[in-house]
Design a protein around this ligand. Structure first.
Ligand code: ZN
Length: 343
């Protein structure tokens, strides 16, 4: 299967035999009755055929189209030996990734992929979310093959039939948790009806990559993972967690992840508000600083910029002090861009 993706750079001292080398997809040329020519000796190497005899036979025997095609498909150089080339890679080096791509038949990516497999995702969260969005979790409605007497009631609320769309997030237990999270994201709306609706809302509202992009996706996948863990804990260990504690776990796990990633984001009002509601710092991007003219102060005077923001007048943490010598005696918040010029 892989041989069709391998070819050789044939050098001037290559030992490969022109007629008997087995690398041709249809076998050695000597076994192909349609290809014959007396211009190339029976024991000639490919290098001899190429570098000594030249390729004049192409002009002499233009009817040997298959032979011409074989000759043209090779990568012939003046290298001394023959080197194998892995054709799927531009540099000719073999890699498992390209080998896998040559044997698989990729399906088109579903739109929700970017909400689950994003840069900085937590693998265990994403795997459970990936299963949930495809309705592949072993919810009780998916275990109908266990028979008509199989208990289908939701383990979180003990009322209606358990399904993916009920657990995420229409169950009274999970709906309360998700509503609190939505309010912290500053989303005031009636809850959507299905998990895919929630995922679709997140994907269409938070498109610009940065801390908020990763934060809302981590909140979604962490909620799915920890709610599913809670459901399994009730089923297999008979242990229950109050919804307030589970909410606290979701937010704590998300904050830990975001703090570890130290992502930047635009210094916008919305990003500030969302970061503040989860008690996260906002590391602003320094790609668009607003430079102002610095008016030197009189000696022994100090100016204070209580905002220290680059792009808006929203209150931020810390400040920036300057005296008449342009010294900056105040400490800057760690991780913040040091430039904030005063008018
Ligand atoms: Zn329920």
């Amino acid at each position: 299967m892989a041989s069709k993706h391998v070819c050789f750079i044939v050098g001037s001292q290559s030992p490969l035999q022109f007629w008997t080398d087995p690398s041709h997809p249809n076998g050695p040329l000597s076994a192909q009755s349609s290809i014959t020519t007396s211009f190339i000796p029976q024991k000639a190497s490919i290098a001899e055929a190429k570098f000594q005899g030249g390729w004049d036979l192409i002009q002499v025997l233009p009817h040997l189209q298959e032979l011409k095609q074989i000759i043209n498909s090779g990568l012939f150089t003046k290298a001394a030996n023959s080197n194998p080339i892995w054709k799927p890679e531009s540099d000719g080096n073999f890699r498992l990734r390209s080998a896998w791509n040559t044997v698989r038949s990729p399906n088109p990516k579903p739109p929700w992929v970017s909400s689950v497999w994003f840069a900085g995702h937590t693998p265990k969260f994403s795997i459970t979310a990936w299963q949930a969005l495809q309705d592949k979790l072993s919810t009780r409605d998916n275990l109908h093959f266990l028979g008509p007497n199989h208990d289908r009631s939701c383990l979180l609320c003990n009322s209606v039939s358990e399904s993916v769309n009920h657990i995420f997030f229409n169950c009274s237990y999970s709906a309360w948790i998700w509503q609190v999270i939505l309010r912290r994201i500053s989303e005031r709306r009636k809850q959507k009806k299905s998990l895919s609706d929630e995922e679709n809302w997140i994907r269409s509202k938070f498109k610009k990559k940065g801390q908020t992009y990763t934060l809302v996706r981590t909140l979604l996948t962490a909620s799915i993972y920890l709610l599913w863990q809670e459901r399994n804990s009730r089923l297999f260990q008979k242990k229950k967690t109050h919804k307030r504690f589970l909410l606290s776990r979701i937010i704590s796990a998300t904050r830990s992840r975001i703090l570890a990633l130290k992502l930047e984001d635009e210094d916008s009002e919305e990003n500030q508000r969302i970061s503040n509601s989860f008690n996260l710092p906002l590391f602003s991007k320094a790609t668009d600083p607003k430079f102002c003219h610095w008016e030197p102060l009189a000696a022994y005077e100090i100016k204070l910029n209580p905002d220290a923001s680059l792009a808006s007048d929203t209150a931020s943490i810390g400040g920036l002090l300057r005296d008449h010598l342009d010294w900056r005696p105040s400490p800057r918040p760690q991780g913040y861009n040091p430039i904030s010029l005063l008018c």
